[in-house]
Design a protein around this ligand. Structure first.
Ligand code: C5P
Length: 242
């Protein structure tokens, strides 16, 4: 991330149900924010027209659909997303589905990001489903996240969705290549909502994150634009502290 680039590295999650709410938030935040995430709620409600509208406005779009399906469906869905003009799309599969997603985006500027582990899941939740610690396949949560990250990257993913808590180690293990995109961002004193593995914008960027995804702390703020600007300035400080 180059100095002064923080505005373009903050991705606002348009977690609303209607086009009118999305348009109002874009009007409030642009041009301080130029990258917008369309997730399941908005995509299911408003469909690809909303994505085309954002792209026509010259905004970057992160299509957060967290795809997980058979390889043929992954390839074709990612190809469809690339025709829409999205910059990022998320998938859940680290293996054959990731390789198929890579094929689907061929020739476009779309970048495929694999979810390592939802930031609403912590070691306790994961231990119950995967098996961590002595006798388990993975030593701890970071070990599991590292395994998913390495597998996804070796199958052609351009980057990873991860908690800011994992960034330092992933950057060390994977080098400068893969994009590291972090949700679960909270300023000191913010409500956690359903997130469990949160960090501040300062820490995530200082430790090596390329992009931060922020939703409720901006959407629900009394002054969303002021809140976005505060986050951008923390990101700038994090960059300087690298
Ligand atoms: O409101 P908040 O800032 O917690 O929103 C985080 C956004 O990032 C949500 O849109 C959520 O769907 C998304 N996300 C996440 N954890 C992941 C992947 C995506 O929170 N691992």
């Amino acid at each position: 991330m180059s100095p002064g680039a923080s505005e373009r590295r903050l991705i606002f999650a348009l977690d609303v149900a209607s086009r009118s709410e999305a348009e109002a938030l874009v009007a409030t935040l642009h041009p301080s924010v130029g990258f917008f995430k369309v997730g399941l709620e908005l995509f299911v409600s408003e469909g690809p027209d909303l994505v085309r509208w954002l792209v026509r406005k010259g905004l970057d779009v992160f299509l957060d659909l967290k795809l997980y399906d058979i390889p043929a469906t992954m390839r074709r869905s990612v190809a469809a997303a690339s025709r829409l003009g999205a910059r990022f799309i998320t998938i859940h599969d680290t293996g054959a589905g990731a390789a198929a997603a890579r094929e689907g985006k061929t020739g476009s500027r779309l970048q495929v990001l694999c979810v390592t582990l939802l930031t609403s899941v912590d070691a306790r939740d994961l231990g119950a489903s995967v098996g961590l610690g002595s006798g388990g396949r993975f030593r701890d949560l970071e070990d599991y996240v590292g395994w998913r990250a390495r597998t996804a990257v070796s199958n052609g993913c351009d980057g990873l969705i991860c908690s800011g808590q994992n960034v330092r180690r992933l950057r060390r293990e994977l080098g400068p290549g893969p994009l590291l995109v972090c949700p679960g961002i909270r300023l000191g004193g913010d409500r956690l909502d359903d997130q469990k593995r949160v960090v501040t914008p300062f820490r995530a960027v200082r430790d090596g994150a390329d992009y931060l995804v922020v939703g409720r702390p901006i959407r629900d703020a009394a002054d969303p634009l002021a809140q976005a600007r505060k986050i951008v300035s923390e990101m700038d400080r994090g960059l300087q502290a690298r």
